[in-house]
Design a protein around this ligand. Structure first.
Ligand SMILES: NC(=O)c1ccc[n+]([C@@H]2O[C@H](COP(=O)([O-])OP(=O)(O)OC[C@H]3O[C@@H](n4cnc5c(N)ncnc54)[C@H](O)[C@@H]3O)[C@@H](O)[C@H]2O)c1
Length: 359
């Protein structure tokens, strides 16, 4: 019988990519999503298009319309499916939005994760459980490292940070945003189910996870939203740090590739910083330039003095632990390749939506 994967947030960027990746490798794919991204971000965040894409791409795909805050509902689906692998990618993903909806944020991110972990323990204890965590669990700690301001970006001044932020970086006694705190709660809980109950859990602390499957909005999905603004001729607001803030970007397919490696050779209660690393990092200013060169359109932008509370000035992931544990894994998509894919995908979506939209 085919192995089974259960993916939460299956309409989203990571969830959908993981569904396709494992579906193409012969696993029976079940997804959980309720299009909550539309509730969080309005019509621009609607993910039904991606759900439809999954239906087309994966004929055997089974969608469960379910809110992960529904404890009994989650337990029932996990018991019914009895998956071999759970990838938990459903979340309230925005730093800024969390402050406006603290209960929804915590109940989704922390409570939803606990619902899934406990359902896994009760009904499929041997399954591999992967939580999509975030680099925001480190709060603004990385901002207190010595930094150097270069012409187009910030960087770490200390050569010990040349590879980026490692998993040993402290996560407490700093400013997180409510989102960072709810995700840290989920991250610790997933580690605990690994260490305390001996379950095969991993927390993947994402940098900027990206790709054409994102429903990018101003509050979440940096590169996707930036490309969309460029193609639509809309102004992009840069929040503080003179646009030199640095993010490391990784294509969702490389996230799925790492999950595959972990599934093949799982460990208990592990934590990995998963991003594009320094090679795939860029500042917002650098991202504008790269996108402009691909689209031929000048980016409209406004630079605001005020940064987002707790936002990282410079963050890129130290990928050495991932590479050491899983030497077969590597980042396969460079930043220019990722941007080209996002540009092509947005062109297609915008054209499909409105004939005469930017080509
Ligand atoms: N995209 C990034 O840059 C990034 C960076 C770091 C961490 N992460 C984490 O990776 C995960 C996936 O991120 P993404 O970019 O794919 O987000 P996304 O918003 O594209 O996808 C999340 C999906 O979860 C669904 N969802 C939200 N709340 C739900 C609920 N209560 N019940 C059922 N479904 C619900 C949404 O409808 C959406 O389709 C999240 O945990 C996020 O915090 C993402």
């Amino acid at each position: 019988m085919a192995k089974k994967i259960l993916v939460t947030g299956s309409n989203g960027l990571i969830g959908s990519e993981v569904c396709v990746y494992f579906g193409q490798r012969g696993l029976a794919v079940h997804g959980i999503d309720n299009n909550q991204r539309r509730v969080f971000f309005g019509p621009q965040g609607d993910t039904r298009w991606n759900q439809q894409r999954l239906r087309n791409a994966l004929p055997g795909f089974i969608h469960h319309e379910l809110d992960i805050r529904n404890r009994t509902g989650v337990a029932a689906v996990v018991a019914e499916v009895a998956p071999d692998l759970i990838v938990h990618a459903a979340a309230q993903p925005s730093h800024d939005l969390a402050a406006q909806i603290p209960f929804d944020d915590f109940d989704t991110n922390a409570g939803g994760t606990l619902n899934l972990l406990e359902a896994c323990r009760q009904h499929c204890r041997g399954a591999v459980f992967v939580l999509m965590s975030t680099n925001k669990v480190y709060g603004d700690g990385p901002n207190h490292l010595p930094l150097v301001e270069l012409d187009q970006r910030w960087d770490y001044a200390d050569h010990h940070r040349a590879h980026g932020i490692p998993e040993t970086f402290p996560i407490d006694q700093c400013l997180h945003s409510l989102f960072g705190a709810s995700k840290a709660a989920a991250d610790l809980m997933a580690q605990e189910y690994g260490r305390y109950f001996g379950m095969a859990t991993a927390c993947l602390r994402g940098g900027c996870l990206t790709g054409p499957g994102h429903s990018g909005v101003e509050l979440h999905g940096f590169l996707s939203y930036l490309v969309k603004c460029n193609l639509e001729g809309r102004e992009y607001s840069v929040f503080g740090y003179r646009g030199k803030q640095v993010r490391d970007n990784i294509h969702a397919v490389d996230v799925a590739g790492f999950i595959h490696q972990f599934y093949l050779s799982p460990r208990c209660g592990e934590v990995y910083n998963l991003g594009g690393g320094k090679a795939n990092s860029c500042s917002i200013l650098e991202a504008f330039q790269q996108v402009e060169s691909l689209t031929g359109r000048k980016q409209k932008l406004v630079c605001l003095d005020k940064n987002r509370i707790g936002d990282h000035i410079c963050y890129y992931s130290d990928l050495r632990k991932m590479r050491q544990h899983y030497p077969d894994w590597t980042v396969t998509r460079s930043l220019p390749e990722i941007l080209q894919e996002i540009v092509s995908a947005w062109r297609e979506r915008l054209n499909a939506k409105a004939p005469g939209a930017p080509a």
